[in-house]
Ligand binder design. Structure first.
Ligand SMILES: Cc1ncc(COP(=O)(O)O)c(C=O)c1O
Length: 398
């Protein structure tokens, strides 16, 4: 059981706003904000390098906490400044040549698409694994597509524009006995679902700190399996934290996941992500997942009863991301401008977002949906906040 009263008392923002934009950026707990501010205050008084030298243990806590969450080794965790940076550092280290193949799923996020579209421009084949009618990756099709040429599977576990949770562990099972590297974007999954890399069997896993993890902005994680390092080519964007300039003509990467890190970032924010990760672990990720699922199911049911609202989530197992559109209003045929609805809800103190198909062309783009309204429900939300959204929507539609 989650002690919602205490959690909400530690989440200052809930007093002023009905925050259902946790898939964009969540409200951090007070403990996280305090840790970042306190670190900055120390930097203000002592200097950045001097502060870091005395706070090594706090700075390293993010590795220990993340390794507990992901069930991995501490040295398999790299701290990054966002999910895309982590994804790109992994992706661009995978040696790919003309004729190699990348498989991607339909949930892929735009930043990842830019990576494999660039690879395609260089002669690498990119194939999209189809979905089943339910909206989940078709495992039979994937199995048939996994030939010798496939060097990389890039998969997004939860699309930013669809509640479906893709079966990452079933994909990992299929990829395990091939030579392909499995790169998982868990950006929308981290903080709302258990993520064990032993079960998922991925080689890389990337996520951001600011969404369901409730960490500070400008933070992220890249998990890199120890055994994947030997399969990689050169890693671009390297500095003295990633590698050592060993003599005038040579260098070597630092061991393990550290090769994916650079030395300059917000040190206070890094401490904050460690605090946020422990905060989540203390509540319990299974309890978090259960509460999010129950709230999101309730919201989908309530939305379905509002005239003109169409819930467009797919998948048997659905996450805290609830997406919906509006049928043309006032008897017209023009699509309703969902950004206007988002702004009108914002004026009523209700935060949600309105992603476009340009963020997820293989998902909502392929389903001919231009834009969706997206509520990202977190465990600190309440049934009355959900009802407030449903009532406000009904009112606006009216
Ligand atoms: C599924 C998914 N992957 C990746 C990202 C990119 O995250 P970041 O902005 O931290 O790079 C997002 C952000 O919305 C996302 O939803």
């Amino acid at each position: 059981m989650i002690d919602i009263e205490t959690i909400r008392a530690e989440t200052s923002g809930v007093q002023t706003v009905n925050h259902l934009n946790n898939a964009g950026a969540s409200l951090p707990p007070r403990q996280v904000v305090d840790a970042v501010v306190e670190y900055l205050r120390q930097e203000e008084l002592a200097g950045g390098y001097e502060t870091a030298a005395t706070r090594i243990d706090d700075l390293d806590e993010v590795y220990r906490a993340t390794s507990k969450y992901l069930s991995c080794q501490v040295h398999e965790v790299a701290f990054t400044t966002n999910a895309s940076e982590g994804w790109w550092r992994a992706f661009s280290s995978v040696p790919l040549t003309v004729g190699d193949k990348i498989l991607v799923n339909r949930s892929e996020f735009q930043a990842n698409a830019f990576g494999w579209l660039q690879a395609k421009e260089r002669g690498v084949d990119v194939e999209v694994v189809p979905n089943t009618a339910e909206g989940l990756i078709d495992l039979d099709a994937l199995s048939a597509m996994l030939d010798e040429q496939v060097k990389l599977i890039s998969m997004t576990m939860i699309s930013m524009s669809n509640g479906a949770v893709q079966p990452a562990a079933a994909v990992g099972e299929l990829v395990e006995n091939t030579n392909a590297i499995f790169l998982l974007d868990a950006c929308q999954a981290a903080g709302q679902l258990p993520l064990s890399v032993d079960e998922i069997k991925c080689d890389f896993l990337a996520y951001t700190g600011r969404k369901f993890m409730r960490g500070p902005r400008g933070t992220g994680i890249l998990y890199a399996r120890e055994s994947v390092i030997d399969k990689l080519g050169p890693t671009p964007f390297v500095d003295g934290r990633s590698a050592l300039w060993s003599d005038q003509t040579s260098y070597r990467y630092h061991d393990h996941a550290r090769r994916f890190e650079m030395g300059e970032f917000s040190y206070g924010a890094k401490v904050g992500l460690g605090v946020a990760t422990n905060y989540m672990l203390d509540i319990g990720i299974d309890a978090i997942a259960a509460r999010i699922r129950s709230l999101a199911t309730s919201l989908r049911e309530q939305l379905a009863s509002v005239p003109s609202v169409v819930v467009v989530d797919e998948g048997g197992h659905q996450s805290g991301i609830v997406t919906f559109t509006l049928e043309p209003l006032t008897g017209g045929s023009e699509p309703t401008d969902l950004s206007e609805i988002q702004a009108a809800l914002g004026q009523r103190g209700i935060n949600l977002s309105a992603p476009m198909c340009t963020n997820a062309q293989l998902d909502i783009g392929a389903r001919s949906i231009q834009q969706v309204l997206r509520a990202g429900v977190h465990y600190f939300n309440t049934e009355s906040e959900l009802s407030a959204l449903v009532e406000a929507l009904a009112d606006l539609v009216d």
